[in-house]
Design a protein around this ligand. Structure first.
Ligand SMILES: Cc1cc2nc3c(=O)[nH]c(=O)nc-3n(C[C@H](O)[C@H](O)[C@H](O)COP(=O)(O)OP(=O)(O)OC[C@H]3O[C@@H](n4cnc5c(N)ncnc54)[C@H](O)[C@@H]3O)c2cc1C
Length: 503
């Protein structure tokens, strides 16, 4: 059965993908469709990278991505082989997209319903109605240029940057997301609602390139979805697709070193000492870690240790997964609980304090709002995510984690989930230490290097390595950036480069 649906490819040589995150999986499939004999290696015992699944006591928790946007990028991976995504996974629409709850208890429901959105904006500030419409038009234009024209364009040549610059400047790409939104909206609460999105890709809204204001349009135009069975169901469907297409998947295969001769990749060496030859390698491991750790002894031209140290890394994440013995029917699927401070809190998190800030803004995930099957009957599965300083801050997470867990439970109990401390029946957590240990994320950053303008497009890690020929990079640290749409698009860039190399 499996071999019947397998596409036939002209032979292209053997290729290894290091890392089974969404970027690595998409790159493996795209390389397979080009005819490469593909082996995917991941050091963990499951596929999915940050999209892995944590299961305990009958509850199913997606460890990372939960907001599925740009579903067409997932569809494309099935279409490559004449298949259809919906035959394997059901995507459920999420309404509202997010609920943003302010410290005084007021909330704003963000959705794709234009009338409901206009009413929400007017409820907060009728003076901002016209500005809101203008902001949407600006976001749509950013999407056309920043995503449709340049998202999947390889940016390893500065000439591409020069060509893109005038259009990006005209649209305010040199400003921050907050800088763009501020021009259209006067109400500070609305400004917060419409500048939160960079946090989903690891960016400080006051420093992330305004190009990321395109996310408003992306969500409106293509919706926000949740995979039935969770993001893990998507990973499983992609894993099965890889197997049907003859991609070899090896889990618990930790790559210790890239092998190269005369400036050209020749394979990889596992931590066990086993070597695997390859004519091409696509690395989905954290981009700075690839250069810092996998090319020992090599004199690097561009990505020197000094340069890697000077980069700005995204914030860390503390994620607390818990199940409750009851359902909280009034809580939306995605809720953002804002703290008292906005810019000052962000500055503190993105600075390097040696402590977890006193007030916090939180993202609360309740998948059982859309898919009750994520928990036993009558119960709820949750995670709450707190952006925190990354490991550069020196916080001792062994001591800080239990304290932060208690603070989060108490905050949630007061603001959103009454009786929570008595309702929790199962729990676990991840700290920036877990990100460093499990995903080999440099400084335990949640989203690799941050998406500042000076770390975007040509300035970001190139998808074709300038250090070793035949080495390609895919995933959050590379162009165009973090988040599922970003990493799935980075695989398209790699596909374009592989095609280009073949002429
Ligand atoms: C808590 C959280 C919530 C998020 N929410 C969303 C969301 O709602 N929507 C959204 O779009 N995005 C979200 N994101 C961002 C998104 O999940 C990531 O940007 C994306 O999944 C990263 O994919 P990637 O391809 O870069 O690989 P990763 O997921 O980082 O996977 C890389 C893999 O490489 C493996 N690896 C590393 N080094 C080696 C080695 N030496 N040998 C073998 N294997 C190795 C790692 O084990 C890992 O499995 C979230 C992220 C987090 C952490």
């Amino acid at each position: 059965m499996a071999s019947e649906s397998r596409a036939t490819h002209p032979p292209s040589g053997n290729l290894i993908v290091i890392g089974g995150g969404f970027g690595g999986i998409a790159a493996a499939l795209r390389a397979r469709a080009l005819g490469y004999d593909v082996t995917l290696l991941d050091r963990l015992e499951q596929l999915g990278g940050r999209g892995r699944v944590v299961e305990h006591d009958g509850f199913r928790f997606d460890a990372g991505p939960t907001v599925i946007t740009a579903p067409f990028l997932l569809e494309e991976l099935f279409t490559l082989f004449g298949e259809t995504l919906s035959h394997h996974v059901t995507l459920l629409p999420v309404f509202p997209f997010y609920r943003v709850r302010f410290i005084d208890g007021h909330s704003f429901d963000l959705s794709g319903d234009p009338a409901a959105m206009r009413a929400e904006v007017a409820r907060f500030s009728s003076a901002d109605r016209a500005g809101y419409e203008k902001m949407l038009r600006h976001s749509a234009e950013l999407y056309r240029v920043g995503y449709e024209r340049y998202g999947a364009t390889p940016f390893h040549e500065f000439a591409t940057m020069l060509k893109a610059f005038p259009a990006l400047l005209r649209l305010g790409g040199h400003r921050s997301v907050y800088g763009i939104v501020r021009r259209y909206l006067r109400d500070e609460s609305l400004r917060r609602v419409f500048t939160l999105q960079p946090l989903l890709v690891g960016g400080h809204p006051f420093h992330t390139s305004g190009v990321y204001a395109l996310i408003q349009h992306l969500e409106r135009a293509h919706g926000v979805w949740f995979a039935k069975g969770g993001t893990g169901a998507l990973v499983a469907a992609l894993g099965a697709l890889m197997e049907r297409q003859g991609i070899t998947i090896r889990l618990q295969a930790d790559v210790g070193r890239l092998l190269h001769e005369n400036g050209r990749i020749t394979g990889v060496a596992l931590a066990t000492g086993e070597t695997l030859p390859a004519s091409r390698v696509i690395a989905n491991a954290d981009a700075p870690a690839i250069y810092a750790d996998l090319l020992p002894g090599m004199k690097r031209r561009r990505w020197t240790d000094r340069r890697l140290d000077r980069l700005d890394y995204s914030m860390g994440l503390f994620v607390f997964y818990f199940g409750t013995d009851r359902r909280y029917e009034n809580t939306a699927h995605h809720t953002i609980l804002l703290g008292e401070r906005y810019r000052a809190l962000l500055d503190e998190i993105f600075g390097r304090p040696d402590h977890v800030p006193e007030d916090l803004s939180l993202y609360l995930h309740r998948p059982t709002a859309t898919d009750p099957g994520m928990a036993p009957p009558g119960q709820d599965a949750f995670y709450v995510l707190a952006p925190v300083p990354n490991l550069r801050s020196g916080i001792d997470w062994a001591a800080a984690a239990p304290r932060l867990r208690d603070r989060l439970v108490s905050m949630l109990e007061t603001r959103e989930l009454p009786g929570l401390s008595q309702a929790i029946v199962t729990e676990s957590w991840m700290t920036p230490e877990t990100f460093r240990r499990d995903y080999r994320s440099r400084h335990g950053a949640g989203f690799s290097v941050s998406p500042r303008l000076t770390q975007s497009a040509w300035f970001r890690f190139h998808n074709r390595s300038e250090e070793v020929a035949g080495l390609y990079l895919v995933g959050a640290g590379t162009h165009p950036g973090a988040g599922l749409p970003g990493v799935l698009t980075s695989a398209k860039v790699v596909e374009a480069l592989l095609r280009d190399e073949r002429g």
